[in-house]
Write a protein that binds this ligand. Structure first.
Ligand code: AMP
Length: 191
């Protein structure tokens, strides 16, 4: 079973590229951000808990996020594989995922990191705000906070999988289909 992490800062194109990879490899797409937004819309207790963190560009606590992620994976017992988008975002989340998968005699096959310069990210997020309806895309301070959180808390996740030789970096600036082709090459090399 394929477990693919699509990694990168906010605005790197993880959601866009996930959509192509999901149909190419018949994967279940797990975006923790989308799942949290679904809970907020449904006004569930989890949504109420997550909302204040998200609106301020902070990470939802690991314990909450990890529990939710495991439940989502367990919901899809017949899946051919998973693409994780926006998870893991801390080394603790990566370690929890590794442990969870090893109990299933599985592992993360690849972390593919979309590399995009910071200035480009900010422009993309402000552009996305025009149609996403996301309050965290519309505010420059919150955008900067999310980028800083990425640098401080999420970036080390890359080294975690680099040290296991299960990492590839892909230039995330360019034509969308060319970036998809690079990702497909990287995935084909590990399956
Ligand atoms: P995203 O849709 O991936 O940009 O995530 C939007 C927001 O949801 C983030 O800024 C966090 O507040 C929260 N979030 C999403 N995924 C995670 C995660 N793996 N860990 C903690 N918080 C998360």
């Amino acid at each position: 079973m394929l477990h693919l992490i699509l990694f990168g800062p906010p605005g790197a194109g993880k959601g866009t590229q996930s959509a192509f990879l999901v149909s190419k490899y018949d994967l279940v797409h797990l975006s923790t951000g989308d799942i949290f937004r679904g809970h907020i819309k449904a006004q569930s207790p989890l949504g109420l808990e997550a909302k204040s963190y998200m609106d301020n560009g902070k990470l939802v606590p690991d314990s909450v996020t990890i529990k939710m992620l495991k439940e989502e994976v367990n919901k899809h017992s017949t899946a051919g594989g998973f693409i994780y988008d926006g998870f893991p975002r801390t080394v603790a989340q990566a370690e929890a995922l590794d442990q969870f998968l090893s109990e299933r005699h599985e592992k993360v096959n690849l972390l593919a990191s979309l590399e995009v310069p910071e200035e480009e990210l900010k422009l993309r997020l402000l552009e996305r705000a025009k149609s996403s309806g996301r309050p965290d895309d519309a505010n420059e301070e919150v955008i900067q906070k999310r980028i800083n959180v990425y640098k401080e808390e999420t970036f080390p996740v890359k080294a975690h999988y680099q040290s296991k030789n299960r990492w590839i970096g892909v230039d995330g600036v360019g034509k969308i289909h060319e970036i998809t082709d690079e990702l497909i090459k990287a995935v084909d090399a590990v399956i």
